[in-house]
Ligand binder design. Sequence first.
Ligand code: SAM
Length: 472
Amino acid sequence: MYDVTSKKAEDFINHEEILETLAYADAHKNDMPLIEEILAKAAEKKGLDHREASVLLACEDKEILDKCFRLAEEIKQDYYGNRIVLFAPLYLSNYCINGCLYCPYHGKNKHIRRVKLTQEQIKEEVIALQDMGHKRLAIESGEHPEMSPIEYILESVNTIYGIHHKNGAIRRINVNIAATTVENYKKLKDAEIGTYILFQETYNKESYLKLHPTGPKHDYDYHTEAMDRAMEGGIDDVGLGVLYGLELYRYEFAGVLMHAEHLEAVHGVGPHTISMPRVKPAEDIDPDEFDGGISDETFAKLCALIRIAVPYTGMIISTRESEKVREMVLPLGISQISGGSRTSVGGYAKEESPEENSSQFDVSDRRTLDEVVNWLMRLGYIPSFCTACYRAGRTGDRFMELCKNMQILNCCHPNALLTLKEYLEDYASEDTRRIGMEMIQKEIGVIPNEKIRQKTSDYLNDIVAGGRDFRF
Ligand code: SAM
């Protein structure tokens, strides 16, 4: 039975509740008085529940869709402003004992080159990432008890935080590894990770079991209840995600919102981020083999409605998507993007030849980080390398409170400008630096609190290569 507060997957992601939600949405998709009522609630910018949001998703009226897009843009602006946080994935190992049908790491793939980075190789990767200007990483690994046990992940986190090359430093490491135990989540927390990210892939249990035929990931309940264990282990920033393309998107949409509602109801804090990946071609993988492929237009609608339903949650889009698609969804609610990414193991320090492919999926946006930063600014966004919240203790409910009260303009905005200036001084091309300096001049005036504005201005003047003694 559906129970948002139960810690059992079958209760909080209740199949019957999702089916009833979809039937309700179908029955009301042309019910204009109800839709207007839902839109009026959405306009309060405090979110919608999975049923209300599903009605909007089912509605095909062009005018309503336009209203949703405009509202999503407003919410994004109110809660996150024009800042876009940048990060890069770092693949540690692609050894895997699971059998996920959409992932080239699956144990039966004999073509892919298997690689596990040594600590020395991790150092080389991190130096290459620092030389690009990255400050925030998401580490990724296949699931393998011998090749990448928790001790290997912890040692790698420690290695990464310890590398200081020129002015470079990785200040926040988010971790995307397989579902694990409360004890291991505690260890990750103690290692000072940022967000623990785990994609559900699909919320539909029947499909999930088919798509994950073998390996520990086959256990739907263990996977779905992972975020509760992570929070029990003390990790208060968790990141959800569905791999769109595997199953019917309307089912997944209701599922991910129910998951967010569950975390909020049980732990008092919803997901820190929701990622928006779509399944992509990869070695041995053809996305057309799956049932749920969605058009770019539907993808944009999903982004906008997630923004409206959970206004306070960060939204992530990776280089799985092309420049064109990324440009389309950025204003609709995206707050974080990856840039200059390599999905191969060891791909930053050394370019791989196509024959020695170890990558997880084909990257659509192949631009360098500098090109991405330049492009963001030309579109009017402030590229941010800020990681301060985590280190200042603004995680979990403390971050959510700031965000829900739309107070982060006095907090994130100055930090974004400071970290952008750092990037411009240390890593940017001439053209990017010129555009960036102009942007900083303009954006400093947007900080509402006068004292903070003055302090930011002083700090900005202090940032010169090699000469700064404060941390963001
Ligand atoms: N091994 C970990 C696990 O089992 O959750 C997570 C790491 S995996 C490197 C990160 C994510 O990549 C997966 O959760 C999946 O959603 C995504 N992924 C796998 N194959 C993909 C493909 N062909 N296209 C796009 N994304 C894919």
